[in-house]
Structures are given as structure tokens and as C-alpha cells.
Design a protein around this ligand. Structure first.
Ligand code: USQ
Length: 384
């Protein structure tokens, strides 16, 4: 299959390219290196050093004799995405090229605007490029479980049956996001749903949980590592907790720590996206997949990191509940459904404690870099 990955330089984009090349797909990629620049903007860097795109491309040629056909550019620029779709004529496009940090989007108006522009306009441009040039290609778009928020009822996969004043319908499940970033994904979902309705585009809208991990099965040596962010803006909960443990900083559940989210390993994220590509929706279908392995509360995760770090490394990590910089429920019901991917063949790859041992081992290797990044780990970005 000819696949175009938008955001191929990112945490998920790069290991996805490795997996698809291994599986014999023809892989094209685009990136503007937005994340590399914006992580530096907040004084941070990937904890695990990563190669330049040029080095990555050369490395793949040696290992597989096939590589990513790379295009540098910004997919919120319509002429760039039109040119890509025209030249490549992909069977599928995976859209990962969005601003992915909730805290970054909440810094101020400028950052909220960049997030809305990059995210909404890139998806809209891709929609139009598909309609005008290649209406039968599959758009696989990365959304987020955070689109749904934390309602006091079960969360279905995109749609649910409602009965109201004696009549029934199947409607989109209400979205109730908790940052400008998460809302930008809601707007993308609405736009994709509408594009599907008017032009019959084939869409998979992935509601993905929080991803953790340093590796996938395909990552064999240091030149293949993907980025791994641990700072308060770009790092996500579990990855940050591992770095905090190794760096001798307290593990920081925000507020009461009862916030519960769906989580999955990087390995599982790549597996699920590959399944979504290799088992596309029907032509003209808009399909929503809830993509996570299990849900955990932040407190459970903090305790598990502390336990694994003590057992495997003899370390003694402190847990410190800090004032929550976000506006979110700290204790709530949470029961999302994730059935479709499992029916399509996904079975989770490992267990959390085993994965944590691997992450902590990799983070230990870069302990000196954790020390250098210490000043950007504790929370600073406020929602209020
Ligand atoms: N949290 C802490 N302590 C920390 C960091 C986070 O308690 O040191 C809490 C947050 O308050 C939040 C939860 O952990 O309740 C998750 O926060 P996060 O920073 O791990 O993840 P989030 O901001 O929700 O965003 C991340 C990715 C985003 C993706 C999303 C999936 O950055 O790209 O879409 O996870 S989900 O959370 O399901 O919406």
C-alpha cells in the first residue's frame, strides 16, 4: 500500500514509518519539524537523542534497502498538501501532523491560535485535497480520547443511540474537551464527519489515549530511537513520572490524582494504527476507533512507577501531590469502550510493569540529560 505519513518525524510518526516499511508498504512522509522547534522554545529537548531526518533516511536505506520518501513542509499550507497528494497519489494518508500538547495550547492567546490554526486548517486542507484529487483514499486521522472528556456515563466509540421524548436516533456522542488542544481535535472530528457526509470520503478517526514508552519491537539501535519528551509542556504523565523517578524529583500527580485516562504503549499505538490502515473502512465510511489498552488513575500510575523503580533499580521515588495547574475533574467515573480494534485483531502487547522496566532502563541510560532538563520538568503552565 502507498501510505503518506504527515508528521513522520514525530514520537508516533517515526516508529510508524519503521513498522510500515518492515511490512513492505511504500512509505512517504512529510514534516515541518514543528515539534523539534517548539520543544526548544520551552527550553527543553527530547530526553533520548534523536537523529536528523537525513540521517534517519540514510539509516533506513542501509537496514531495509527501502526508506521514507520525505517532503519537508507544513500541511496547514494548502498548496503543500495538494502537491503531496497530486504527486504521490497515496492509498492512505495518516495525519499525525498536529500540535499535540494540551499545556502548549493553554500558554496564552498566541499558542491557542497556533494550535487552532495548525490543527484545524491542516485537516481541512487534507479534506479538500482528498475531495479534489483523490476522493477514494483513506484518511486515518489521529484524534484523542480527550475529545469526550470525563462524562458520568460510559463512552461509546463515536456514536450512541439516544431516545428523547419518545423518538430514537443514533447521534455523535457529545464531546467535552478540557484544553484548546483537545477542542481543536473535536473541531477536526466534526469537519471530517461533515466531509464524509457531503463528499463520501473514507475516514478513520482515531480517539487515542495517552501513549507511553521509549520503544517498539522495530527499534533496534540508537539511531532508530524516537523522541521522548519529559518536560511539563510536551511530556505526558507516565513518561514524565519515569523521568522524575530517575532524576530524583518527586512524581507529580496533579491535585488529588484521581483523574483517569485510557493509556497504551507506543508499541500498541503503532500496532493499532497499522491495523487501521491494513483494514480500512468501507468506501465512504466514517469510522471512529477508541484506541487504548487500559484505563488507570494518575495515582495508580504514580504508585506503579514508584514500585517498579524500587524493585528493579533499588530507587526510592517520592510522590508529591502538587496544586493542579489544569482545570479538570480530579475524581470521576470513567468507562470508555474500546471494542472495534480488538475485533479487528488488536491484542495488547505487554503489561504495564514490564513496559515500565524498559522505559526506566532507557531513561537511566540518559540520566545526565534528565539532570540537564530538571528545570523544565515541574509544572508551570496554568489553565487558570
Ligand atoms: N498529569 C499529572 N501529572 C503530570 C502530568 C499529567 O497528574 O505530571 C495528569 C493531567 O492533569 C491529566 C492526565 O495526567 O489529568 C493526562 O495528562 P497528560 O499530560 O499525560 O496528557 P494530555 O494532556 O491529556 O495529552 C496527552 C497527549 C495528547 C493526547 C492525549 C490523549 O499530549 O497529544 O491527545 O494525551 S488523552 O489524554 O486521552 O486525551
Amino acid at each position: 500500500m502507498r501510505v503518506l505519513i504527515l508528521g513522520v518525524d514525530g514520537y508516533i510518526g517515526w516508529p510508524l514509518a519503521l513498522r510500515l516499511i518492515q511490512r513492505g508498504h511504500e512509505v512517504y512522509g512529510a514534516d515541518s519539524f514543528f515539534t523539534r522547534r517548539r520543544v526548544r522554545e520551552v527550553g527543553s529537548d527530547s530526553l533520548i537523542p534523536i537523529k536528523s531526518m537525513q540521517e534517519r533516511i540514510e539509516h533506513l536505506k542501509k537496514r531495509f534497502s527501502s526508506t521514507v520518501n520525505f517532503f519537508r513542509g507544513d500541511v496547514s499550507n494548502a498548496s503543500f498538501i495538494y502537491r503531496l497528494v497530486e504527486e504521490i497519489r497515496p492509498d492512505a494518508v495518516v495525519h499525525l501532523a498536529e500540535q499535540r500538547s494540551a499545556p502548549y495550547s493553554m500558554i496564552d492567546l498566541k499558542h491557542a491560535t497556533v494550535t487552532m490554526e495548525k490543527n484545524i486548517i491542516s485537516t481541512l486542507s487534507l479534506i479538500y485535497a482528498a475531495k479534489d484529487i483523490r476522493p477514494d483514499m483513506h484518511i486515518l486521522k489521529l484524534g484523542t480520547m480527550g475529545e469526550y472528556g470525563t462524562p458520568n456515563v460510559e463512552i461509546p466509540e463515536g456514536f450512541f443511540e439516544v431516545e428523547y421524548r419518545g423518538r430514537k436516533d443514533v447521534l455523535p456522542f457529545p464531546r467535552n474537551a478540557s484544553s484548546w488542544y483537545h477542542w481543536s481535535k473535536v473541531h477536526d472530528s466534526n469537519n471530517l464527519m461533515f466531509a464524509n457526509r457531503v463528499w463520501g470520503l473514507s475516514v478513520t478517526d482515531v480517539m487515542q489515549g495517552v501513549v507511553y514508552g521509549t520503544r517498539t519491537a522495530d527499534i533496534q539501535d540508537r539511531s532508530e530511537f524516537t523522541r521522548f519528551d519529559i518536560d511539563e509542556v510536551w511530556g505526558t504523565a507516565l513518561n514524565r513520572f519515569c523521568a522524575q523517578a530517575v532524576g530524583g524529583l518527586p512524581i507529580t500527580p496533579y491535585g488529588k490524582g484521581g483523574q483517569t485516562r485510557g493509556f497504551l504503549s507506543l508499541e500498541d499505538s503503532i500496532t493499532c494504527l497499522t491495523i487501521g490502515l491494513e483494514k480500512p473502512p468501507e468506501r465512504g465510511e466514517y469510522r471512529v476507533l477508541n484506541q487504548f489498552d487500559q484505563y488507570y488513575s494518575i495515582n495508580e500510575l504514580a504508585l506503579t512507577v514508584r514500585e517498579v523503580y524500587a524493585k528493579e533499580f533499588g530507587g526510592n521515588a517520592e510522590i508529591m501531590h502538587v496544586d493542579n495547574p489544569r482545570v479538570e475533574k480530579e475524581e470521576h467515573f470513567y468507562k470508555p469502550v474500546s471494542e472495534k480494534l480488538r475485533k479487528m485483531g488488536y491484542s495488547p502487547s505487554g503489561d504495564l510493569k514490564h513496559d515500565l522496566k524498559t522505559i526506566l532502563t532507557d531513561v537511566e541510560r540518559y540520566r545526565q540529560r534528565v539532570d540537564k532538563l530538571k528545570k523544565v520538568i515541574m509544572p508551570r503552565t496554568q489553565w487558570k
